[in-house]
Design a protein around this ligand. Structure first.
Ligand SMILES: [Zn+2]
Length: 246
């Protein structure tokens, strides 16, 4: 796939499309990159996605959750210039159209991305991850459309059960804040990440005796307003450190 919106538009417009034509998808990506929602709607309808026909204005449709590979390390096409703001990381996102998504996870700072950044992504599956027992496709990031500016924090929490963490996660999400269990992050090699599981590569997260390492996203006062009452109703839980990372 060409690497700039302009190149994408030229590639797409050089080919007449109707029905499920890859050029229609490329045009959808290119016009989403430019915020040209009218053209994006035409493109998705031309591809056969009729649900984008009805409304006008920016596309913001619940298209489910998908993993997106931030800063992808392998190009889709020769000569493609990859988008990179840091280290490669696969994060969960809320898809809001076929080509753009909001980051739901709390990315590691090394990725150069934050929770609730809006990213443009490719439509070609590049590996899979599990969601509720189902395989879902991973899509490569093509660029960042919006930076959320939501600060990223790290906390060490001891004495909390899985239920405690789930309740905290739900409370934070209701407030537009983020939580991720960074203890559970699997640092995979590129081959395994793209779906070609290598022999003897388990990539099991490192075990830890000192509780869980959480990634949190939000302003400090907003996080406090959720975490303080969550802590006060529970005995034996300690938040050992809450460090602003960036
Ligand atoms: Zn591996």
């Amino acid at each position: 796939m060409p690497d700039t919106p302009a190149a994408l538009i030229c590639a797409a417009r050089g080919v007449p499309f109707n029905g499920a034509n890859p050029a229609a998808w490329n045009l959808g990506i290119a016009s989403t990159a430019l915020g040209d929602w009218t053209t994006a709607r035409h493109a998705w309808v031309a591809y056969g996605l009729d649900k984008f026909r009805a409304e006008a204005g920016p596309i913001d449709v619940d298209c489910g959750m998908a993993p997106v590979r931030l800063n992808p390390d392998q190009p889709s096409l020769p000569h493609q210039v990859l988008f990179s703001a840091g280290n490669t990381e696969v994060v969960w996102c809320w898809r809001r159209s076929p080509a753009h998504a909001v980051i739901a996870s709390v990315p590691l700072p090394d990725s150069g991305h934050r929770c609730r950044d809006v990213v443009l992504h490719d439509g070609e599956p590049k590996g899979t991850r599990q969601l509720d027992g189902q395989d879902v496709s991973v899509f490569d990031e093509l660029g960042r459309l919006e930076e959320s500016g939501l600060p990223t924090w790290q906390a060490q929490v001891v004495g909390a059960t899985a239920n405690d963490f789930q309740e905290l996660s739900d409370l934070l999400e209701q407030r537009g804040l983020g939580l991720d269990d960074w203890s559970g992050i699997r640092l995979m090699c590129s081959e395994c990440s793209h779906g070609a599981q290598q022999d003897g590569h388990d990539h099991i997260p490192a075990a830890s005796d000192d509780g869980k390492r959480l990634g949190l996203a939000g302003r400090e006062s907003d996080l406090d307003e959720v975490i303080a009452p969550w802590l006060s109703g529970r005995h034996g839980i300690d938040v050992l450190n809450l460090d602003l990372l960036w």
